[in-house]
Design a protein around this ligand. Structure first.
Ligand SMILES: C[S@@+](CC[C@H](N)C(=O)[O-])C[C@H]1O[C@@H](n2cnc3c(N)ncnc32)[C@H](O)[C@@H]1O
Length: 288
C-alpha cells in the first residue's frame, strides 16, 4: 500500500508553513497594549463559546478541546447525534458534485469521514487532502483511513484554515464540516478557501446553525445545555469540552449571515439547505 507523502505533492506545503499561525488581530492587540500600557479593548477579544478570550488565545483553547476529545470523537459523534451526522455528511457528498480525477480539500477534516468518501469518488487519478490544525485529530483520522484501506490518493496536512498553505487555484472542491465555528477569523478562512479553489470550484460549509422553529429551538437548547455536558462527563469524563460545543454553536453566524459572509468574500451562487430543521445547514458557493 502506498501512502503519498505531503512533500511529494505539487504544493509548497512544508511543515513550517502549515503550522504557521499569523494573526493580525493579535499583533494589533500586542501593539496597542504596548502603546497604551496593556489597556484591554473589546476589539482584542473574541468568543470562545460564551466566554470572551484574547484573540491570540482562542486557537489554543480550541486546540485543547480537540486534543481532549480526539480519541473518543467518532463514538461521541454517533452518540450525540444518534448517527444523524452520517446523513448530513452523505448529503454534503451528494451536493459536492465531485467526480473521478478531481482534487478535493477536506479542511478541518478531523477523523476523515468526508475524506474517506471523497477518496472513493475521485479514484486513483484524483487526490484528497485531509487537513486539520490539530495533530491529535489528524492522527486519529490517518489511522482510521489506513485501517479501512483508504490510501493511494489521500494526503494529510496540518494546516490552519485561515492561512491555507496551498497555491492559488488548486482544488475543484473544498469542504469544511463542523470546523468553521472553531476558527478565530471566519472571514479570513473563507477568503483563504476562495483563493485555493479553482475558478468554478465549490466550497461546501457543513455547520450547526439556527433551528427554524422556536419549539425545536427550545428542545434543542435543553438537549445541548443539559444533556450534552452530562453525556460528555459520563462517557468522556469531559463536561467542559461538550459545554464548549453547545456554546460555540450558539455563537456561530446563522444561515443568512454566513451566506452574506461568503458573498462578501467573493463567492457566487451562494445558497444553503437547512437540515434537521436548521439544526445544521449546508452552505454552498462557487468561485467565479
Ligand atoms: C468538530 S471537528 C469536525 C471534524 C470533521 N470535519 C467531522 O465533520 O467529523 C472540528 C475540527 O476542526 C478543526 N479545526 C479547528 N480550528 C481549525 C482551524 N483554524 N483550521 C483547521 N482546522 C481547525 C479541529 O481541530 C477539529 O478537528
Amino acid at each position: 500500500m502506498e501512502e503519498r507523502s505531503v512533500s511529494r505533492l505539487p504544493f509548497h506545503n512544508n511543515d513550517r508553513n502549515s503550522r504557521q499561525v499569523y494573526n493580525p488581530g493579535s499583533l494589533r492587540g500586542w501593539a496597542m497594549g504596548a502603546e497604551k500600557g496593556e489597556q484591554k479593548s473589546e476589539e482584542n477579544y473574541t468568543d470562545f463559546g460564551f466566554k470572551k478570550v484574547p484573540i491570540a488565545d482562542k486557537a489554543s483553547h480550541v486546540s485543547r478541546v480537540f486534543h481532549s476529545v480526539a480519541g473518543r470523537y467518532d463514538m461521541m459523534n454517533d452518540l450525540m447525534s444518534g448517527g444523524i451526522h452520517r446523513l448530513w455528511k452523505h448529503f454534503t457528498i451528494e451536493m459536492s458534485g465531485v467526480r473521478a480525477g478531481q482534487r478535493v480539500l477536506d479542511i478541518a477534516g478531523g477523523t476523515g469521514d468526508l475524506t474517506a468518501k471523497f477518496s472513493r469518488l475521485v479514484g486513483l487519478e484524483g487526490l484528497v487532502v485531509l487537513a486539520d490544525i490539530n495533530d491529535s485529530m489528524l492522527r486519529v483520522g490517518r489511522d482510521k483511513l489506513l485501517d479501512s484501506g483508504t490510501s493511494g490518493n489521500v494526503v494529510f496536512a496540518q494546516a490552519d484554515a485561515q492561512y491555507l498553505p496551498f497555491p492559488d487555484n488548486s482544488f475543484d472542491c473544498i469542504t469544511i464540516a463542523f470546523g468553521l465555528r472553531n476558527v478565530t477569523d471566519k472571514s479570513l478562512a473563507i477568503a483563504s478557501m476562495l483563493r485555493v479553489l479553482k475558478p468554478g470550484g465549490r466550497l461546501l460549509v457543513l455547520e450547526f446553525s439556527k433551528p427554524v422553529s422556536p419549539a425545536l429551538e427550545k428542545v434543542y437548547d435543553f438537549y445541548s445545555f443539559r444533556i450534552l455536558p452530562l453525556m460528555g462527563k459520563a462517557v468522556a469524563n469531559d463536561a467542559d469540552s461538550y459545554r464548549y460545543l453547545a456554546e460555540s454553536i450558539r455563537m456561530h453566524p446563522d444561515q443568512e449571515t454566513l451566506k452574506g459572509m461568503m458573498e462578501a468574500a467573493g463567492f457566487a451562487r451562494c445558497e444553503y439547505h437547512n437540515l434537521t430543521g436548521g439544526i445544521v445547514a449546508l452552505h454552498k458557493g462557487i468561485k467565479p
